[in-house]
Design a protein around this ligand. Structure first.
Ligand code: SF4
Length: 333
């Protein structure tokens, strides 16, 4: 039986980050205003371990947010060493962290290797230099390529995160970024539609009419295409949309942009919609569609939207599950 994977997330706000990417107010996104200390991190770990299954599970400690390898090596070691007792007891199998592509070098990777880091996620964001420049990322696509190669050569799992709808971005550039992510050997990715967060440079540009975020419709349709590129290349998409921190859910920090609580569901609904649209050519008054059990909600669609689309053509539309079907195959019966 395949073990289920769990992350224990610890957010490290941008204290270590000397950059100010145009869209980022990391402290607001993580909902945290200070660096967690040893006691807090231990409490986070203990709290999670009490709720996670002990059997058939692998657990990683995940240092998310900010720029982990931007800390001094002593600070990095302090954070990493906090996990040692749990690694010794077998309760945690390793550590994952996210950082910037231009903060990877052989010395940093040696340190991470010696401290049980298994997975490194880089914020690639785009593989187009113009988009990176306009977003004030402070690194190039070449930096991401070099970092990705070093990470893979040293035997880490590589994650490459991307954003869509950054200043200067187009669907073609996003597609190119997704393709490069697969070519660079990432085993996982995250797709983040660009949002306008309060107290960022992007907010200023938005209010001045210099930046227009993607519509929800565009963000969903771009993501549907990108998701299929990643699925085909067997790159796991860990996240579609922003971490729903309390600040964002209350709406007070979100100024504009394609945020939706069920963004992933909307994207999966869109993929099914494209497939089911082919049925509109059927010469019939009724249709019964069998789909894999795991896909039924997405096939019917968010809010029943795919079923409603079919009901514009058919008098009756029925969806059933069929355990023999896999992925997004379907039968008409
Ligand atoms: S590098 Fe990351 S944490 Fe730093 S400003 Fe950019 S997005 Fe924010």
């Amino acid at each position: 039986m395949k073990k289920k994977h769990f992350n224990i997330p610890v957010f490290i706000p941008e204290a270590a980050c000397p950059f100010q990417c145009i869209y980022c107010n990391q402290r607001k996104i993580s909902g945290k205003l200070h660096l967690p200390d040893a006691l807090e991190i231990n409490n986070i770990i203990e709290d999670h371990l009490t709720t996670l299954p002990k059997k058939d599970a692998t657990v990683e400690l995940a240092y998310f947010g900010g720029n982990f390898t931007g800390f001094t090596s002593d600070v990095q070691k302090n954070f990493l060493n906090l996990v040692n007792p749990y690694i010794r007891s077998g309760e945690i199998s390793g550590i994952r962290l996210s950082t910037r592509p231009d903060y990877i070098n052989p010395e940093i990777l040696d340190l991470l290797k010696d401290h049980h880091v298994k997975t490194i996620e880089l914020g690639a964001q785009s593989m187009d230099d113009e988009v990176l420049k306009k977003s004030k990322r402070g690194h190039t696509a070449r930096d991401t390529e070099m970092a990705a190669n070093m990470i893979i050569e040293r035997g880490f799992n590589l994650g490459l995160q991307m954003m869509i709808g950054l200043p200067g971005d187009t669907f073609e550039k996003s597609l190119y970024t997704a393709q490069r992510i697969t070519e660079l050997g990432a085993t996982e990715t995250r797709i983040y539609p660009t949002l306008v967060i309060r107290d960022t440079i992007l907010e200023k540009h938005y209010l001045e009419g210099r930046f227009e975020p993607l519509t929800l419709e565009d963000a969903v349709s771009w993501s549907a295409e990108l998701l299929q590129v990643f699925e085909e290349a067997k790159v796991k998409v860990l996240k579609l949309g922003l971490h729903p921190s309390e600040g964002l859910l209350s709406g007070s920090d979100l100024v504009a942009g394609p945020w939706h609580q069920s963004f992933r569901e909307l994207v999966l609904t869109r993929i099914w919609r494209q497939k089911l649209q082919l049925l509109l050519g059927l010469d019939s008054e009724t249709v019964c569609i069998e789909v894999p059990s795991k896909e039924i909600n997405y096939a019917v669609g968010y809010g029943g939207s795919n079923k409603k689309m079919l009901l514009q053509k058919f008098i009756s539309v029925e969806f059933n599950t069929n355990a023999q079907l896999n992925q997004r195959s379907f039968n008409i019966i």
